[in-house]
Design a protein around this ligand. Structure first.
Ligand code: FES
Length: 230
C-alpha cells in the first residue's frame, strides 16, 4: 500500500540549527512537514542558486522537523527558506510488519530514520543495515553492517531501502527475482536523484527507466515498491 500524496503547499520556513551529523532542524508550518520518504523543495531566499533542492524528513522536532543532511551546505542557521510540498510518495510500513529492515545501500541512514518510531509503535523489531551509523541511534534498533544485508533482508517481513539512482542497477543485481522471492512480504525503495522542479516544470532530470517506461522520481516516487522495479 502506498502513502497518499499530501496536498502540496507553498510556504516559508527557516533553518534553525545544524547538528554534528549534518542533519538540520527546519522550522515550518505543521502542514508542510513531509512524511518519511517524502520531501520539500527548498530555496534559500536571496540565494544566487537558480534551483531549489529536495529536503527529506529524518525525525520529529519542535515547530518543524529534522531533515536529512542538507543538500546545500551554504545554508546557515537563520537562513530563510521558500518551501513547496510535501511532495512525492513516501514509505508506508504495512500493519502486519513485526520485523522491519532499514537498508542503507550507499549513503546516510538519515532518510530512513523517521521509520523507526512508526515501526516501534506497532511493536516491530527494527534492524538497520548500514556502514555509517552515528552514535545516537535508539537502543531498540539493532545495527548490522552492509555485509549482513541478505541475512537481514530474508529475516524481515518489511524492508525499506535508500539508494542513489546511479546505484539502482547494482541493487537490482544483488536482489534479483530469486532472492526477492525469499525476501520480505513487502519492500520499498527510496531512490535519490536531483529533483530541481519537483514535478512543476516536467524537466525530466529525475527520469528513471522501469520496464521500458519512464517514471519520474519526483512524482512517481521517490519511494517505489520493490516489485515495481523488477
Ligand atoms: S524534477 Fe523535474 S520532472 Fe522530476
Amino acid at each position: 500500500m502506498r502513502v497518499n500524496i499530501s496536498p502540496m503547499k507553498n510556504g516559508e520556513g527557516r533553518l534553525f540549527e545544524t547538528h554534528l551529523d549534518f542533519r538540520a532542524r527546519i522550522l515550518c508550518p505543521p502542514e508542510m512537514i513531509p512524511a518519511p520518504g517524502q520531501y520539500l523543495l527548498a530555496h534559500a531566499r536571496g540565494s544566487d542558486s537558480p534551483l531549489a533542492v529536495p529536503v527529506f524528513f529524518s525525525d520529529s522536532a519542535p515547530d518543524g522537523f529534522l531533515c536529512a543532511p542538507l543538500p546545500d551546505s551554504s545554508w546557515r542557521p537563520g537562513t530563510q527558506l521558500n518551501l513547496r510540498g510535501p511532495l512525492g510518495r513516501g514509505f508506508s510500513i504495512p500493519a502486519f510488519a513485526r520485523k522491519v529492515a532499514l537498508i542503507v545501500f550507499d549513503d546516510s541512514p538519515a532518510r530512513l530514520r523517521g521509520l523507526i518510531s512508526l515501526a516501534l509503535q506497532q511493536d516491530a523489531e527494527v534492524v538497520l543495515v548500514c556502514n555509517s551509523v552515528q552514535e545516537d541511534w535508539p537502543e531498540a534498533v539493532e545495527v548490522q553492517p552492509l555485509q549482513a544485508m541478505f541475512e537481514v533482508y530474508r529475516w524481515a517481513d518489511y524492508a525499506a531501502f535508500d539508494v542513489a539512482r546511479g546505484n539502482l542497477p547494482h541493487l537490482k543485481e544483488n536482489f534479483g527475482k530469486a532472492d526477492q522471492a525469499r525476501g520480505p512480504r513487502e519492500a520499498q525503495v527510496l531512490i535519490r536523484a536531483p529533483m530541481p522542479c519537483g514535478t512543476f516544470a516536467e524537466c525530466g532530470v529525475c527520469a528513471l527507466a522501469v520496464h521500458h517506461n519512464w517514471k519520474m522520481i519526483c512524482k512517481d516516487g521517490p519511494v517505489f515498491e520493490m516489485n515495481e522495479l523488477y
